[in-house]
Design a protein around this ligand. Structure first.
Ligand code: PNW
Length: 493
C-alpha cells in the first residue's frame, strides 16, 4: 500500500535507523560504559524504561475522524460549536478532519512503522447513540469494530476513551448537557453498551478525557463547546455532574465489561512543581496538588471534597448526596494523566495554605502554542505526587507532546527538532520517575498525526506525522524517527 512505499523511502531518508535492540545492560556498574559497537552512546542502565513499558500514541474521535454525517452519526456539540461563527481561530471545523474514518487502515500502519504497541483513541458517543440515548446505531459502533480488528491484526493494544468532548448535541438540547445529571446517567448507559460489545478486545477504558478542561473551557469561559459562560454555582454543579458521570461509567464498565476489564480516568491534573527540590517545597507541591485538583482527582480518589474547596465555594458549592460521593470514588484500576506543562511552580510558605504559587515571569519560554510552557520535570512530579498522595499503583501517561510550526524544509522533510527537544527532555524525566519506582506503566504520545486542535483549528500541529489537510496525505516528521528509536531501545534516543 501507499504507506509502505512512503515509509521506507521517507524514514530511510530522514535518518538511518540504527538497529539498536532493547538495551538490557547489566546493572551494578557505576562507571561510565563505553560507546556501543554501532557508535551510539551507551548511557548505561539508567537510561532504559522498565521491561514491558508500553509505548503508544493518542488521538481523539472528533479531532481525526471526519465523516460527521456518515453511517447514522448524530451531531455533537463540537459540530455545532465549530460551525458557529467566531469560535475557531481559522474558521475551520472537523467535518473531514484527517479523514481517519476512511483511512484508519493506513493510520494503523503509521503506528506500526513507529513500533508502537498501544493506541489510545476515543469513541464518538454520537456515532453509537445518535441522539445520546435510546436506540443504538450499530453502524456507528461497527467503525470501532473495524478499527479494533485492524489493531489486533497488527499487534497493537487498544486503549479506548469513552468521552473526549463530543457530546451528542441532542443531550445538550434536551437536558442542558452536563448542567444536568441526566447526562451523567446517559453517559453510564452509553458506557455500559460499549463495554458490553467491545470489552472482548478492549481491556482498558478511560472514562472522561480531561474533566477540568471540559468544565472550565466549555462551561466557564466558553472557549470550547458548548461555549457556555456559567455562574460559579452552575459551574460547580457541572463539575460535580462530570465527576458523577465518571463514577457511574466506572460502575457501568465493571458491570457490563468482561472480567478483567480495567477502567480509570484520563485527567490533566493541575501540575504543581516544587520550584526548588527541597523537602519543604516538595511537601508544599503535594498539598497544592491535592487542593488544586479538589473537584477532580481528589474527589475521585478520596470520595470527598476538601474542606478548603467547600469553604471557598461557600454558597456556590455543588448540591450532592453522600451516595454521589460514593459513586464518584468508585475504585479505579489506574489513573491516566495528560501532562504537557507545569501549571504552577510551588514554594513552601508559612501561610494558611502552606504554599505560594510563583507567578510566571514574562520571560518564561513557550512552545508554538502560547500555553505550552516546557517544564519537563512536570512529567516526573505529576505521577509521583499522584502515586504518593493517593497510593495509586498504576499510572499511564495518557497524553504528552507539543505543537510546532512544522514547516517542511526544501527537501520536504519537517525537521521538528523543537518537538524532539521537548520529547527528549520529558522522556528523560519520565525515566527518572520509573527508575525511582513511580508506577508508570505506559506512555501515549499526543499525537499520532496532526489534527483538528479544537478552537485553534488546524493552526496548531501536534503530530508525529504531518497531515496535508487538503490532500490528507500523511508524512513522517523527524520526530517520528526519534520516537521510533526511543521505542526500539526502550530508552530516550
Ligand atoms: C489536550 N492546557 O488538551 C486534549 O486532551 C487534546 O484533545 C488536545 O488536542 C491536546 O491536549 C493538545 O492541546 C489540553 O492549557 C489543552 O494546559 C490545553 C491544556 C492542556 C490540555
Amino acid at each position: 500500500m501507499a504507506f509502505k512505499r512512503l515509509s521506507r523511502r521517507q524514514f530511510a531518508g530522514i535518518t538511518a535507523w540504527s538497529v539498536v535492540g532493547v538495551s538490557s545492560l547489566s546493572a551494578g556498574s557505576s562507571q561510565a560504559a563505553p560507546a556501543r559497537e554501532d557508535g551510539s552512546p551507551n548511557r548505561g542502565p539508567s537510561s532504559s524504561f522498565p521491561s514491558g513499558f508500553l509505548w503508544g500514541t493518542a488521538t481523539s474521535s472528533y479531532q481525526i475522524e471526519g465523516a460527521v454525517n456518515e453511517d447514522g452519526r448524530g451531531p455533537s456539540i463540537w459540530d455545532r460549536f465549530a460551525h458557529t461563527h467566531g469560535t475557531i481561530s481559522d474558521q475551520s471545523n472537523a467535518d473531514t478532519a484527517t479523514d481517519h474514518y476512511r483511512r484508519y487502515k493506513e493510520d494503523v500502519q503509521l503506528m506500526k512503522a513507529l513500533g508502537a504497541k498501544a493506541y489510545r483513541f476515543s469513541i464518538a458517543w454520537p456515532r453509537v447513540f445518535s441522539e445520546g440515548a435510546g436506540t443504538p446505531n450499530p453502524k456507528g459502533l461497527d467503525f470501532y469494530n473495524r478499527l479494533l480488528d485492524e489493531l489486533s491484526a497488527n499487534d497493537i493494544e487498544p486503549f479506548a476513551t469513552l468521552y473526549h468532548w463530543d457530546l451528542p448535541q441532542a443531550l445538550q438540547d434536551r437536558s442542558g448537557g452536563w448542567t444536568s445529571r441526566d447526562t451523567s446517567k446517559a453517559f453510564a448507559d452509553y458506557a455500559a453498551y460499549v463495554a458490553e460489545r467491545l470489552s472482548d478486545r478492549v481491556k482498558h477504558f478511560f472514562t472522561i478525557n480531561e474533566c477540568s478542561r471540559l468544565v472550565h473551557l466549555g462551561h466557564g469561559i466558553g472557549a470550547d463547546a458548548p461555549g457556555l459562560k456559567l455562574s460559579q454555582s452552575e459551574l460547580n454543579q457541572v463539575r460535580h455532574n462530570v465527576a458523577l458521570g465518571h463514577g457511574l461509567a466506572v460502575q457501568a464498565v465493571r458491570a457490563h465489561g468482561r472480567a478483567g476489564t480495567r477502567v480509570g480516568p484520563a485527567e490533566n491534573a493541575v501540575s504543581c512543581i516544587p520550584a526548588i527540590e527541597t523537602p519543604a517545597n516538595i511537601r508544599a507541591a503535594e498539598i497544592a496538588t491535592r487542593e488544586l485538583n479538589a473537584g477532580y482527582l481528589t474527589v475521585m480518589l478520596e470520595g470527598k471534597y476538601t474542606d478548603v474547596f467547600l469553604a471557598q465555594a461557600g454558597n456556590d458549592a455543588p448540591k450532592y448526596t453522600a451516595e454521589d460521593l460514593r459513586i464518584i470514588s468508585s475504585p479505579i484500576d489506574f489513573v491516566g494523566l495528560n501532562v504537557y506543562t507545569p501549571d504552577h511552580y510551588v514554594v513552601a510558605a508559612d501561610n494558611e495554605r502552606g504554599f505560594t504559587l510563583a507567578p510566571f515571569p514574562a520571560s518564561f519560554p513557550h512552545m508554538n502554542a502560547a500555553w505550552l510552557r516546557p517544564g519537563p520535570e512536570a512529567i516526573y512530579w505529576v505521577p509521583r505526587h499522584v502515586a504518593k498522595l493517593w497510593n495509586v499503583k498504576s499510572i499511564y501517561i495518557t497524553e504528552n507532546g507539543t505543537s510546532g510550526s512544522d514547516q517542511p524544509a526544501a527537501d520536504g522533510t519537517v525537521y521538528d527538532v523543537d518537538r524532539i527537544m521537548y520529547l527528549r527532555n520529558y522522556l528523560t524525566q519520565l525515566q527518572r520517575a520509573t527508575s525511582e519506582g513511580v508506577p508508570v506503566l505506559g506512555y501515549f504520545l499526543w499525537s499520532l498525526m496532526d489534527n483538528f486542535e479544537w478552537s485553534d483549528g488546524f493552526e496548531q500541529r501536534f503530530g508525529l506525522y504531518r497531515v496535508d489537510f487538503d490532500t490528507k496525505r500523511r508524512t513522517p516528521k523527524l520526530s517520528a524517527s526519534f520516537y521510533r528509536e526511543t521505542i526500539a531501545r526502550n530508552g530516550v534516543a
